[in-house]
Design a protein around this ligand. Structure first.
Ligand SMILES: *Cc1c(COP(=O)(O)O)cnc(C)c1O
Length: 375
């Protein structure tokens, strides 16, 4: 490798994972490429997912959606977070679908459609029990009535109806059955006022794999797209797309009793070799993982010695022959014994998404596919 540190992104794996969801479930895939494609690069991940059969893209914010359009991505895009007072005009001009959960948002989108002479495709977002985004059950009648009215006169096009599940990755599927019942009630209420949105979507990665009746028309696939199994312990043939690695910058042989790093709270038990690796917490190595975390180096797992610093960690490699320029792998697919994203999530007491999105902007992404590597 030539870079000091890098995140290698396997675009074929992303395409394979999108295809896996399409084939396993028989319904459409909205590839979720928010947060820079979970750290993989939003536009690159989007293109790979579309090549694998995804038909939609989903991102959180207007800026993320507009950046995809600026990169020439033409697939349908849905966004669901925007500030109070958003005018929606730029979004409509860019052909981006907007999630709405209130009468006020519906009116603002309709106004933007009038002002821009563009179609306003909206997806009605319902809170079915997660208490995060979406209209509360008491507001459904008002939202549905206004949506139906605006739809009837052509001021907006109610294209989708959707919700998000709170418990699909939990062992007990916490609250999931109740949420799906609530969603059915919402759809029935919408139908009563004449709304029949063509795209119904509820499932995330875990739900798509575990709960067939949550699939509907489209599944919003985030973590699974990047090849991290969404349900710990279950495997569905997904391929992890990211490998984070770095060159050893220097090694030193030290005697027993040598303190290492800030606080000197790691002390070598015997004579050993220390290897300096240029990845730190600013690059996404979680500080909380110190004491348990390992890297793969020259075919062996070796522990992080002492605290994680902003830009670097020290590995205690024992008597393993290690030299400057050897490659230390933070995580990858696991095929060669390297830690996985699941390992890091466990070590840091967090989830896999947090590890992936935490990989810092300073780590250059390098894209690989069977069509050759590109920078
Ligand atoms: C992030 C997100 C997803 C993707 O969820 P995964 O569990 O990563 O598949 C789906 N829907 C919404 C609304 C999200 O915010």
């Amino acid at each position: 490798m030539s870079a000091m540190a890098e995140a290698v992104v396997d675009l074929d794996a992303i395409a394979h994972n999108a295809r896996t969801f399409v084939e396993r479930t028989g319904s459409g895939v909205m590839a979720i490429v928010k947060a820079n494609g979970f750290g993989h690069g939003a536009t690159q991940a989007a293109r790979a997912a579309l090549a694998g059969g995804a038909s939609w893209l989903g991102v959180s914010s207007p800026a993320e959606a507009l950046a995809l359009r600026a990169d020439g991505v033409t697939a349908p895009i849905l966004i669901w977070l925007y500030p109070p007072g958003e005018t929606f005009e730029k979004l409509l001009l860019a052909g981006i679908d907007v999630s709405v959960a209130s009468v006020e948002a519906l009116d603002a989108v309709a106004e933007a459609a009038r002002a821009t002479l563009h179609v306003a495709n909206v997806h009605l977002k319902l809170d079915t029990g997660m208490s995060r985004g979406g209209a509360l059950v008491d507001d459904w009648p008002r939202v549905f009535e206004r949506a139906a009215e605006l739809h009837r006169v052509g001021a907006v096009h109610v294209r989708g109806i959707w919700s998000h599940l709170a418990g699909a990755e939990e062992p007990g599927l916490n609250g999931l059955a109740e949420q799906l019942v609530s969603f059915d009630q919402a759809r029935a209420q919408a139908a009563q006022v004449g709304l029949d949105p063509e795209i119904v979507h509820v499932a995330n990665s875990a739900a798509a794999l575990r709960v067939p009746h949550s699939r509907f028309d489209l599944q919003r696939i985030g973590i699974g797209l990047y090849g991290v199994e969404p349900v710990p312990g279950a495997t569905h043939g997904l391929r992890p797309a990211m490998t984070v690695r770095a060159q050893v910058l220097l090694t030193k042989r030290v005697p027993a009793g040598t303190g290492v790093g800030y606080g000197l709270d790691y002390v070598t038990g015997k004579e050993t070799t220390l290897a300096l690796v240029p990845l730190g917490f600013a690059d996404g190595v979680p500080r909380q993982a110190a004491g348990v975390a390992e890297f793969l180096i020259n075919g062996e797992r070796r522990p992080v010695a002492g605290r994680v610093a902003m830009d670097q960690v020290v590995l205690d490699v024992g008597d393993l022959p290690v030299h400057a320029g050897d490659v230390a792998v933070m995580f990858g697919p696991g095929d060669h014994g390297e830690p996985t994203v699941h390992d890091w999530a466990r070590w840091a007491g967090t989830n896999t998404n947090d590890i992936l999105t935490g990989i810092g902007a300073r780590v250059p992404r390098r894209y690989e596919s069977q069509h050759g590597s590109e920078q």
